[in-house]
Write a protein that binds this ligand. Structure first.
Ligand code: KG4
Ligand code: ZN
Length: 330
């Protein structure tokens, strides 16, 4: 039975997890840095890198202790090698290299987006390729066709802001603090989604992509007008964002051929209204809908360990110890 140690440090969560090839998360730990970044209203890369450096090694020790295992029990060590904030990625990757070298285990340098893309298969053993994936996080907003491990075709991406970024900026405008997504979701539940007229950028457009910058600016204008309640702005924003996602995902689905399921992953997939809307869309297209549990949607190390297990299953040898951390890695 293969067991992989996963390490994630590409943004503001320091995380480690031990996952088995039969989909059991033996142990995991996540240290969130929200409090450190909250005063700045966003993630400060240098603060993030320092926090990862302080926390990662004890976190890995704790996860191994919790599972009653040592590195010798692991088949490989998988770490996020990008894309992300380079300082944090380097902390995780260098730590993984050291552990791989010390324990004579293979190192697997994992693409963070691939971790999100494959995470639904950790949660759902029945999810088969090919599937349509809507990846909505703080840094990305994409629709992909996932044909297999390492085989991804991108059909749409954002031309400006990511969806999570739009949630975070809306939260900042409304003074809801950081991270913004969950706060906007909570406030939206008390508001009227029809109260504030907001644009739906690229809705119905011939081109496949997403755009959220205009929506964010409109949220700012609505707030500054003083005419609307914050809850109504939050609800109207969330509805406009959902309308855009549904329209763009529908378009992508019609362009990608047969798939087994519509899958949503990434931090924004933790949003209940987003999930419900996509579930409805999948049903109307006659495909299954799969969304990992919210804790697997936001950044975590179990998804990195799982991506490592998927690659081991495909026979990937370990990566060279000089593999580089990549701030950008499509
Ligand atoms: O995947 P993730 O944890 O980190 C990145 O790789 O970016 O995604 C974080 C993003 C943040 O923008 C956060 O505000 C958003 O996901 N998010 C949400 C919710 N929970 C997290 N957005 C909307 N509703 C939520 N419940
Ligand atoms: Zn992420």
């Amino acid at each position: 039975m293969r067991i992989v140690l996963g390490i994630e440090s590409s943004c503001d969560e320091t995380a480690a997890a031990l996952v088995t090839e039969d989909r059991r998360i033996l142990a995991q730990a996540i240290a969130s840095q929200d409090d450190s970044h909250a005063p700045y209203g966003g993630v400060v890369p240098e603060i993030a890198a320092r926090a990862h450096a302080e926390r990662l090694t004890p976190l890995i020790g704790r996860v191994l202790d919790d599972a009653g295992l040592s590195l010798d029990d692991c088949s490989a060590i998988a770490a996020t090698a990008g894309p992300g904030l380079i300082g944090g990625v380097m902390v995780g990757l260098v730590t993984a290299k050291a552990l791989a070298m010390a324990s004579d285990r293979p190192l697997l340098a994992i693409n963070h987006l691939e971790g999100h893309a494959l995470s639904p298969r950790l949660a759902d053993a029945d999810l088969q390729f090919p599937y349509a994936l809507l990846l909505v996080s703080g840094g990305h907003c994409q629709v992909l066709r996932v044909d297999g491990v390492g085989r991804y075709r991108r059909l749409a991406t954002t031309i400006d802001d990511a969806l999570g970024e739009a949630f975070d900026k809306t939260a900042k405008i409304l003074g809801l603090g950081f991270p913004g997504g969950p706060a906007v979701e909570r406030l939206a539940a008390e508001g009227d989604a029809k109260a504030v007229p907001l644009p739906r950028p690229l809705f119905g457009s011939e081109e496949p992509h997403f755009s959220f910058a205009g929506l964010k600016s409109a949220v700012l204008r609505a707030h500054e007008s003083g005419k609307y309640r914050a809850a109504d702005i939050a609800a109207s924003f969330q509805q406009a964002a959902i309308d855009c996602i549904l329209d763009r995902t529908t378009r992508a689905l019609s362009a990608m051929g047969e798939v087994t399921a519509l899958v949503v992953a990434g931090g924004v997939a933790a949003n209940r209204s987003v999930r419900a809307a996509l579930e409805h869309l999948a049903a109307s297209h006659g495909v299954r809908f799969v969304a990992p549990p919210p804790a697997l949607c936001t950044d975590n190390a179990a998804m990195i360990a799982w991506a490592g297990l998927e690659w081991l299953e495909k026979g990937r040898p370990g990566d060279a110890l000089d593999v580089a951390a990549r701030p950008r890695w499509p």
